[in-house]
Design a binder for this molecule. Structure first.
Ligand SMILES: [Zn+2]
Length: 498
């Protein structure tokens, strides 16, 4: 009896502590839904209510096999039931027949910026003038994400943190259409970064102050960048953790094992940017080779990969896969789909065509090496997952104009299938895994009774053909159904401009 009561007490304490720790972050990222204002209402095709989505294929986000001919019942902002087509539908429910469609959890995008990467004075050879500039896209980016099924995202480094926070505030207030947002603070970067909109840290005290200040302004995550030093990363990580927030990094000066030792929570860009074996790597300095030699030397089933993966898994460090920003064909850049091209403003589309032409002219050996590097990273990501690692998904809309908010999130999941994951596993990486990392898996990331009604509904059978994920038909956020076509029309030829 005594041991049972002790267990009960400690379980209750644990639950209390867990609930208290989760609530501040959870309330910030997933606040109670506001009713849609006039701007948002224009995109709503299914107002919240008691809704029965009938004859759908359910891919629930857990990695379980698809279930066919199901009914998903939504009651306001929550999923009420997932049942077979024969089970009775509650009286008064609005029936939406979705024969031929698949329903997925809303995507959880873990590297989803709000900006576009400009290259000043771009030439036909692909060269551009310094500095690179990343103008904020407060109009088009949130709409592109939502239209393509991203219902929760992390901005993963900000160049206009107040704008990101204000976008989030207006979305949460029902004044602008867009996803739930974990707004990251400004890049925690060192001296020599390529983007002019970054603050070069002056040391660990500066890193600590920056984390502290931006957390006080409402950001809910942090991202370290290429030229940060170990002392700065260590200070930023300790401060973020003291405040109950997580930190990720696109690293270079600090190697993956060093970052793990400093307590980082997540590493961006798969295994592309680990510099531990780059020739001439010196502490705290980003080598010009930015990780490529380390990647190319790391055989997926070899001892080096095993040691690194074991380290990441044992220390619970997640890895974010951002395959779209690295994707190459033997000819160079991927050709955008007509719908993607329609999202780009004319100048950005012209820049993309220029860069595509330039990559097609690089020597064949280099083009093929870029393709091989992606395959290598894919194999390492697969090994990481097989070893029990938590792989997250995000597109990183920057690169060369070929990665666009929302479309890129879908492309990431397609590329995970190319990497060898099954479609339902790839969907889990793009949904529930992100929710688990954020500590929000009780609310989002999978389709189950009681969870938030955040859903991506597409035409076609996603379990058999992952490219069906591009055919967004209806996107639910907090039980409100949005029309993807209307959202896309509203931003046509805008991304890259505002
Ligand atoms: Zn990025």
């Amino acid at each position: 009896m005594r041991s049972i009561s002790l267990m009960t007490v400690s379980a209750a304490l644990w639950l209390q502590a867990g609930a208290a720790a989760a609530s501040a972050y959870e309330t910030r990222v997933l606040p109670p839904p506001a009713s849609p204002g006039p701007v948002v209402s224009a995109f709503v095709s299914q107002p919240a209510g008691l809704i029965a989505l009938t004859h759908v294929e359910v891919i629930d986000g857990t990695g379980a096999p698809a279930r066919y001919d199901q009914t998903v019942i939504l009651d306001g902002a929550r999923i009420a039931a997932v049942q077979s087509a024969e089970a009775p539908i509650p009286a008064g429910a609005r029936v939406v027949d979705l024969t031929g469609a698949s329903v997925l959890p809303g995507l959880v995008g873990m590297h989803d910026h709000m900006f576009y990467l400009e290259r000043p004075n771009l030439t036909a050879s692909g060269a551009s003038d310094r500095p690179a500039v990343v103008p904020e896209m407060p109009f088009s980016a949130p709409r592109l994400y939502l239209a393509n099924g991203v219902t929760t995202l992390r901005t993963t480094g900000s160049v206009e943190p107040y704008t990101d926070l204000q976008i989030k505030a207006e979305i949460d207030a029902g004044q602008l259409p867009g996803p739930h947002i974990d707004a990251s603070g400004p890049y925690l970067s060192g001296v020599g970064e390529p983007l002019i909109q970054m603050h070069p840290l002056t040391g660990p005290d500066d890193a600590r102050r920056m984390v502290d200040f931006w957390a006080s302004q409402g950001v809910t995550s942090f991202k370290a960048y290429m030229h940060i030093t170990r002392a700065e990363l260590g200070a930023a990580t300790a401060e973020a953790h003291r405040l109950g927030l997580k930190i990720t990094g696109h690293l270079c000066s600090v190697t993956y094992p060093e970052a793990v030792a400093l307590g980082i929570d997540d590493l961006e860009h798969g295994f592309f940017v680990n510099t531990q074996d780059d020739p001439g790597k010196t502490p705290d300095v980003c080598p010009r080779t930015i990780g490529t030699p380390t990647l190319e030397a790391m055989t997926p089933d070899g001892p080096k990969a095993r040691a690194l993966i074991d380290l990441l898994v044992s220390r619970h460090v997640a890895v974010t896969s951002t395959l779209p920003v690295f994707e190459r064909t033997p000819d160079g850049l991927r050709e955008l789909t007509a719908r993607e091209k329609a999202a780009l403003d004319p100048e950005s589309l012209a820049d993309y065509e220029t860069l595509r032409g330039a990559t097609a002219k690089t020597p064949e050996a280099r083009r093929l090496q870029a393709v091989a590097d992606v395959k290598r990273d894919m194999a390492l990501e697969r090994e990481f997952v097989a070893a029990g690692g938590l792989l997250l998904a995000g597109p990183d809309p920057t690169g060369t104009g070929d990665v666009i908010p929302g479309f890129g999130d879908q492309r990431e999941i397609e590329l995970l299938v190319q990497a060898g994951f099954s479609p339902v596993e790839a969907v889990r990486i793009g949904t529930l895994n992100g929710a688990r990392f954020m500590g929000l898996a009780d609310r989002i990331g999978s389709i189950a009774p009681g969870k938030d009604a955040d859903l991506l509904i597409v035409s076609g059978d996603v379990a058999k053909d992952i490219s069906a994920i591009e055919a967004a038909r209806l996107v639910f956020k907090d039980g409100v159904g949005y029309d993807p076509a209307r959202l896309l029309d509203s931003v046509a030829h805008r991304y890259g401009r505002y």
